[in-house]
Design a binder for this molecule. Structure first.
Ligand code: SAH
Length: 379
């Protein structure tokens, strides 16, 4: 008997008992199983971890997000109290950098209370230390628990970690993609019966995809909660992630460990499993609720419009040659569109109360070519 890890043993037992497991359930167990989930056990970020996110690349990222938030606060009519909510704050770096940048606006800084939605006890502890200077910080297990009030909501690389469902097109219709045990290893399969009337929910170009095509979707509860909250209580949300601007067929379920791609069906719980974000689906869900969506725009354009070049030059003025080189390579990494760059793979979507017509740096135009789920993230 091979020595499976504790999560793999659990998944195998469950498959033996109840049959093949939908991809979404597998992904959920891998990431947030209360004892053995990937995020529950460790700090995955940074050079010694599995991946590096934009706030960890440079302080400029969080600072500019802070200035963006200030422009939202202005558009909201400068309320005396505003909740600053972040979903999945990781090490707390983006929030810390944003709050520091906001200090130049004392009235805004004083209006803020910080509310963090975080599943991982390990990361909550890191956030607590990082934000020990902040006046008022509270933690929650889900967005539904955050008290009511006008809010500015931030989510960087959060939605990609929410479980996806996958469906495979067959002659018989669209079947949910499942994980089964085949000759002792995990393998993909499909549910026996097609999903009735699944077609009706799909955009026409996806409906027309050839047999074998895969379509991915996330349940809408998070985006609906965010949008409803903004519609009823005011404010805006900023969602930044890797993904595509147009819903389309494609398989983006991926695993990353130690800065390299891994097989998502191997060593569950020990690698970060994610899937690209369908920004069109998010924007549509927000609009359906009656909130306003802005963008998405590419991260490079978003940061350029907020003045990242100028910020980099200011930082370089007082920097050594070595530090200047680091700042300039961070600028390239955040805004560049080459292989190493996050600038065009990452998109930024705004959601606001319908009375806020414009959100800074997120003008509402479709990029000429909508990106589709085929581009992969370089870990
Ligand atoms: N925003 C951070 C971290 C991104 S990693 C950054 O950019 O550096 C994803 C974050 O979301 C982690 O903090 C992880 O613990 C958290 N997370 C993932 N799934 C979650 C869930 N279902 N509920 C709450 N937090 C979750």
């Amino acid at each position: 008997m091979p020595d499976y890890g504790p999560l793999e043993t659990l998944i195998r037992n469950q498959i033996a008992k109840t049959g093949p497991m939908p991809v979404s359930r597998y992904m959920q167990m891998c990431l947030t199983h209360p004892q053995h989930g990937y995020y529950l056990k460790r700090d995955p970020l940074g050079r010694d971890g599995d991946f590096i996110t934009a706030p960890e690349v440079s302080q400029m990222f969080g600072e500019l997000v802070g200035l963006w938030a200030a422009s939202v606060w202005n558009a909201m009519g400068m309320p005396e109290q505003v909740m600053f909510i972040e979903l999945g704050p990781g090490r707390g770096t983006m929030m810390a950098d944003a709050l520091r940048a906001i200090r130049i606006l004392p009235a805004f800084h004083q209006a803020i209370s910080v509310h963090l939605v975080e599943a991982s006890p390990t990361l909550r502890e890191r956030q607590r230390i990082k934000l020990s200077d902040a006046a008022h910080v509270e933690w929650y297990g889900s967005i539904d628990e955050v008290p009511e009030g006008p809010a500015i909501i931030l989510a960087n690389e959060y939605f990609d970690a929410l479980p996806i469902h996958q469906a495979v097109k067959r002659e018989t219709g669209w079947h949910e993609r499942v994980i089964e045990v085949d000759d002792e290893i995990f393998a993909y399969g499909v549910a026996k019966e097609p999903m009735p009337r699944f077609d009706v929910l799909l955009p026409p170009h996806v409906r027309a995809a050839p047999n074998g095509a895969i379509f991915e979707w996330r349940p809408n509860n998070e985006i609906m909660t965010i949008s409803r909250r903004i519609r009823d209580q005011g404010g805006a949300a900023l969602i930044i992630d890797y993904g595509h601007t147009r819903s389309d067929a494609g398989d983006t379920f991926q695993a990353v460990a130690k800065h390299a791609f891994a097989n998502p069906l191997q060593h569950p719980g020990d690698a970060d499993v994610t899937a690209h974000v369908d920004f069109q689906a998010l924007a549509r869900a927000a609009e359906d609720i009656g909130a306003r969506s802005h963008g998405p725009v590419e991260q490079g354009a978003f940061l350029n419009r907020l003045g990242i070049e100028t910020r980099a030059q200011t930082l370089m003025k007082n920097a050594s040659a070595e530090q200047s080189a680091i700042i300039s390579s961070a600028l390239k990494r955040l805004t560049g569109s080459g292989k190493e760059g996050m600038g065009s793979l990452f998109k930024v979507l705004g959601i606001s109360h319908p009375a806020i017509e414009v959100l800074a740096a997120l003008s509402d135009h479709e990029p000429a070519m909508g990106s589709t789920p085929n581009g992969m993230l370089k870990p």
